[in-house]
Design a protein around this ligand. Sequence first.
Ligand code: RIB
Length: 345
Amino acid sequence: MTDIHKPAERRRLSMVDVAAHAGVSVGTVSNALNRPELVAERTLRRVRASIKTLGFVPSAPARQLRGGTARSVGVMVRDIGNPFFSEVLPGIETRLSQEHLLLMLCSSSDSLEKEAYYLQVLEQHRVPGILITPAGPDISHLVELRGRGVGVVLLDRPGADSQLCAVAVDNVRGGELAGGHLLSLGHRRIAFLNGPSIVRQCADRREGLHKAVRAAGLDPDEVITEITLPALTPHEGEAALQRLSLGKKGPTALFCVNDTVALGALRGLESRGIGVPRDMAVMGYDDVEFAALLSPSLTSIRQPKQQLGQAAAELLLTDSRGDANHWHQEIVFQPSLMVRASTTT
Ligand code: RIB
């Protein structure tokens, strides 16, 4: 009795099926697909006829990349919902598509466990290389992964003493630019909505902000009120306002660790009737597409997202070829200040 609820047996055809149908070995089928010059014309015709009859779709042939049999590379970001990453990805995809490689996109959601799981899946898929923004500060597992023959490039994360290739933006400089801008406008009470210090990007932006305050001859402890957010989202940006004393002696400027946090903070200020920049200047970081479209438009620190993605993909192609004389490279881009209406009238 056929169980009507049980889906019909489906099995992906393999070269074994083609070999049996054509009456040849699996190796002959493989050669017919990948090195037809090694197969007699008559046999080649027989194999191709069987492929057509069976409707067999061969898996893509492995490229000349070390270790990899997959035609894809892994890309692991921290938060797929963050527009920063969706604006970095086109740079990666553009470069990899020139090599006919696909992206296997994963998001660690800042979870070490999720990151470990996806790395295992990607390694099992025998991808030749992985671009990754690590979820945590420790990257020894990524160095070990590379030692097992998988190319690894750190994306948006400075290198680890040349143990791995890396592409990043100078976030210390970015924090310094943000601090310098707000100080130049006369702000002396700055609230910094930051992420956890174990996130390298957050720690570096903090370092840059403090550097700018000290360079102005001021004490960071007196100028900066730092709020650590559990996640870099609009919801947490809005919620953080409840942890600030927004009165006459409160902050006159908000520096948000990224634009999505700034988006939430702007909404919270509006719901409290606090004018931007009249009562509170607001800055973000990343300069994602929506920053210029907000009202008021958001002052932000621009990260060269397209170039970051293209450079990371280029390094991955090099790193994944397994050239014995490959030297790890670290490419660091510079951020820039994009002044808009949320800080100046
Ligand atoms: O991943 C968190 C943040 O770091 C992003 O918003 C972007 O700024 C990245 O550099």
